[in-house]
Design a protein around this ligand. Structure first.
Ligand SMILES: NC(=O)c1ccc[n+]([C@@H]2O[C@H](COP(=O)([O-])OP(=O)(O)OC[C@H]3O[C@@H](n4cnc5c(N)ncnc54)[C@H](OP(=O)(O)O)[C@@H]3O)[C@@H](O)[C@H]2O)c1
Length: 248
């Protein structure tokens, strides 16, 4: 048992749920948040895990819930913001309502969460915010009119606030998982390369945040290499490769 406290959003399933269990197993006290109360309550049956339901699109509820967590558990050392949504079938055309919803949850929902913890961490001059985004946010992709742009905005936002928070001794980390088998990716009808389990993701996230203290945590290694190359390719080559191998 250590005296550290973690708050995880998007913790009712997938990566967030696995991360909550991993940190609890490592002796952290873990507050978990998402909308589906029944799922949160099942996860909170584990030792050291406590349920705090909320919707990340509700900024007031977020702030109130975060204050309650600090009150109940005494403090928060680390926040892992893992809430997110993806409707593949709605992404193939430009569906404005879908795009608004995805941006509302994936981008503005995370901003609401950061806003909820900002003054707490800056005042105590200590803390750590980790944002679960995606490597797909690094460059545009076909048939992804909402999800990829929402993650592009999030990657940029995370890198930007790194500079604003580090002055207050508050760390900011960017988590970029490759394909992880969750409800979110179960809707994909294509074979996902280098697919990994949520438990694998949780181990990598724990390692990156606690042991290696990296800014960017990107995994598995194959996805890290592919996306590092994608980031530096000239448009002509990137567009050729994506047209040939992805947009078929
Ligand atoms: N799976 C992958 O391959 C992969 C790869 C890269 C990045 N990611 C990112 O990883 C994060 C977690 O996704 P996942 O794969 O673990 O999928 P998931 O199992 O569907 O988890 C998504 C989580 O977000 C929560 N959520 C959605 N809308 C919310 C809202 N309005 N308010 C509060 N919580 C909300 C969901 O809980 P409720 O429905 O109970 O609210 C759920 O706990 C997402 O940000 C996703 O974009 C996933």
């Amino acid at each position: 048992m250590n005296d550290k406290v973690l708050w995880v959003t998007g913790a009712s399933s997938g990566i967030g749920a696995a991360v909550a269990k991993k940190f609890a197993k490592e002796g952290w006290k873990v507050a978990i948040s998402a909308r589906r109360i029944e799922l949160l309550n099942v996860i909170a049956e584990d030792d050291n895990i406590y349920s705090y339901p909320l919707d990340v699109t509700n900024a007031i509820q977020l702030k109130e819930t975060f204050n309650k967590i600090v009150n109940d558990l005494g403090k928060v050392d680390l926040c892992i913001l893992s809430s997110g949504t993806y409707e593949r079938k709605s992404e193939k055309e430009i569906d404005t309502n879908n795009i608004k919803n995805v941006i509302e949850v994936n981008f503005l929902g995370v901003i609401n969460s950061v806003a909820a913890v900002e003054s707490y961490f800056k005042n105590k001059k200590n803390g750590h915010i980790a944002i679960v985004s995606s490597p797909v946010g690094y460059r545009g992709l076909p048939k992804s009119s909402g999800y990829t742009p929402s993650k592009a905005a999030l990657n940029n936002f995370t890198q930007g606030i790194y500079f604003d928070f580090i002055k207050f001794n508050v760390r900011v980390s960017l988590i970029c998982p490759g394909f992880i088998k969750t409800a979110l990716t179960d809707k994909n009808e294509f074979k996902m390369p280098f697919l990994k389990s949520p438990e694998y993701a949780a181990d990598k996230i724990y390692d990156g945040l606690v042991r290696k203290k990296s800014f960017e945590i990107i995994f598995p290694i194959q996805i890290a290499i592919i996306y590092k190359i994608f980031q530096i390719l000239p448009n002509k080559i990137y567009n050729y490769l994506i047209s040939k191998f992805v947009n078929r």
